[in-house]
Design a protein around this ligand. Structure first.
Ligand SMILES: NC(=O)c1ccc[n+]([C@@H]2O[C@H](COP(=O)([O-])OP(=O)(O)OC[C@H]3O[C@@H](n4cnc5c(N)ncnc54)[C@H](OP(=O)(O)O)[C@@H]3O)[C@@H](O)[C@H]2O)c1
Length: 244
């Protein structure tokens, strides 16, 4: 019999899952049998999000991870939860030396994860569920253009360890994935600059940018019972960017 990963009967919430990496993770979860709820912050992204995938129908909800009322509302609409993917994130390249932009990025990428995880805990404790946080290469390197993003993603690796340790008593696992450079709307500006795009391709050991589906495999694994002894860790999926 083939080696399988089975998420049948599981319900997953993927923040920022209406596009990019989150959408690919949502499809991966569906392929493994889970029911998936995806969110976006804007009406535009929600409308653009194609809810019928190859593997089923996604439930779409609006969510702002910086807003407590929006978070409470979404958890009111979800009865049962087995998997939370904290994927929503933003970068304000070139602006983050200004404190208001620095704070905005930290508020979304780091505090947003804490808010969501805290609200999800009672439901996850009931199902012995798990959390996956989407970190970054800038969890390990310092971006000169994005100090807020770097601080938020470095903090996320520490937060992942802390929550994994703290919530093991509730049988809730907490892990992270650090993607390399992936072709999504978040990196569109970077890909449009020829020099930047080539520099990244050249440095990456596999000599190419990643696609969102490259991240989904790690997420499906971490979400599943195959990873039942894995908690507090960050898996790097970067085509070898960080080893060169
Ligand atoms: N692409 C890469 O190379 C790369 C590398 C490492 C890590 N990451 C991380 O991967 C995650 C997904 O990014 P992506 O590349 O797939 O880009 P993306 O398609 O732009 O996805 C980002 C998502 O986050 C949502 N979002 C932003 N602010 C939010 C808020 N305050 N509340 C709720 N949702 C919010 C966006 O909603 P709207 O569309 O409505 O604004 C969007 O759905 C991010 O955490 C990013 O930092 C990306």
């Amino acid at each position: 019999m083939a080696y399988t990963i089975d998420l049948k009967g599981k319900i997953a919430l993927v923040t920022g899952g209406a596009s990019g990496i989150g959408y690919a993770i949502a499809e991966g979860f569906q392929e493994a049998g889970a029911e998936v709820i995806v969110t976006a912050q804007s009406d535009e992204s929600l409308e653009k999000c194609v809810e019928k995938t190859k593997f089923g129908t996604l439930r779409k909800l609006k969510l702002d991870v910086t807003n407590d009322i929006s978070i409470e509302k979404i958890f009111d609409e979800i009865n049962e939860l087995h998997i939370l993917v904290n994927n929503a994130g933003r970068i304000k390249r070139g602006l983050e030396y200004r404190i208001e932009h620095f704070a905005d990025v930290i508020n979304t990428n780091l505090m947003g994860v804490m808010r969501m995880s805290h609200e999800a805990l009672p439901k996850l404790a009931l199902t012995h569920g798990n959390i996956i946080n989407i970190a970054s290469m800038f969890s390990f390197f310092g971006s000169p253009m994005s100090p807020g993003y770097t601080a938020s993603k470095t903090g996320l690796v520490g937060l992942t360890k802390s929550l994994a340790n703290g919530w093991s008593e509730h049988h809730v696992r907490v892990n992270a994935i650090a993607p390399g450079y992936i072709e999504t709307k978040l990196t569109k500006v970077l890909r449009e600059e020829d020099e930047q795009r080539e520099k990244i391709t050249e440095r990456t050991a596999l000599k190419k940018w990643g696609v969102p589906e490259d991240i989904a495999g790690a997420a499906v694994y971490l979400a599943s019972d195959r990873a039942s002894y894995t908690t507090g860790t960050t898996i790097t999926v970067d085509g070898g960017y960080s080893i060169t």
